[in-house]
Design a protein around this ligand. Sequence first.
Ligand SMILES: NC(=O)c1ccc[n+]([C@@H]2O[C@H](COP(=O)([O-])OP(=O)(O)OC[C@H]3O[C@@H](n4cnc5c(N)ncnc54)[C@H](OP(=O)(O)O)[C@@H]3O)[C@@H](O)[C@H]2O)c1
Length: 304
Amino acid sequence: MPTPLIPHILITGATGLLGRPLLRACVSRREWRVTGTAFRRIGPGLERLDLSQTDAIPGFLDRLAPDIIIHTAAERRPDVSERDRAGTQRLNVGSTAAIAQWAASRGAFVIYISSDYVFDGAHPPYRPGDATHPLNAYGQSKLDGERAVLRAGCDAAVLRVPLLYGDVERLDESSVTVLADALMKAAPGQRIAMEHWATRYPTHTADVADVLARMTAYRLAHPGFSGIFHWSGDEAMTKYDMARLFAPLVGADPACLVPDPAPPAGAPRPRDAHLDTSDLERLGIGRRTAFAAAIPAILAPHLR
Ligand SMILES: NC(=O)c1ccc[n+]([C@@H]2O[C@H](COP(=O)([O-])OP(=O)(O)OC[C@H]3O[C@@H](n4cnc5c(N)ncnc54)[C@H](OP(=O)(O)O)[C@@H]3O)[C@@H](O)[C@H]2O)c1
């Protein structure tokens, strides 16, 4: 891809938890033309696209002719993916394959967002080249999406990220803020069991958005840039640890929280899929917001 005068960046899933800050981060780069796609939450300035209708994707992309596609749209709830494997494959793998094939035929660059769930969590920290072994249907679909990108032969980067949190439209929009929702709904003095089994590295969506915008800028300046990369926060926490931090902010008593040492019910999860981020850091790309510093502003609009 020769560097375009005004690069056109297309963001799929621009209404999602990650897509919203990503759209803002890219629009703030005045030198880029930026288009976001949405499905159910279509709003001003967004293009409607149903990515499960894979036959329609090439025509849509022909019309917009992006130079770089940042593909964030996905089904990312592991328990939903476990129940609806066909729907998850269609969205997470089928749409990715169609985008990558179009990009390969037009010389466009793809950045595909993947997940730490491609690993089984037994041998952290994970470098990008380490052996993958997803434990659930969601992780498998994200790995299949990565493979679809690589198989299509387009110019591409994959960015794997762990559990995300950030500004939410509703507290149950992220697996982090939903913990605060549970605390607010509990009766005074009620004991609440919180998972204390998996080690997570909650990562702020604004940080990931900044990393993606920098990867895009880096690619525009360095046409050889491609490959698999990791980004992650560096604070190891269980859901119990996060809930203890939320409790005083939502008026709950931390003493009511009971650490639950059992693995969560539902789709199997990795115990510790810590991602090694040194490759991006070596390129000077990376940003981390402290969890305790970010959470009060995220919860504030939802306190009752
Ligand atoms: N959230 C996490 O903790 C996490 C962790 C690791 C990796 N990831 C990865 O990060 C990426 C972004 O996740 P997210 O948390 O931002 O997801 P999200 O909040 O669930 O947003 C999903 C996005 O996909 C769009 N979408 C859903 N079905 C669609 C369809 N049929 N056609 C077109 N668009 C459709 C949604 O559009 P509408 O809302 O307009 O329908 C929305 O913009 C995903 O690839 C996910 O696998 C997320």
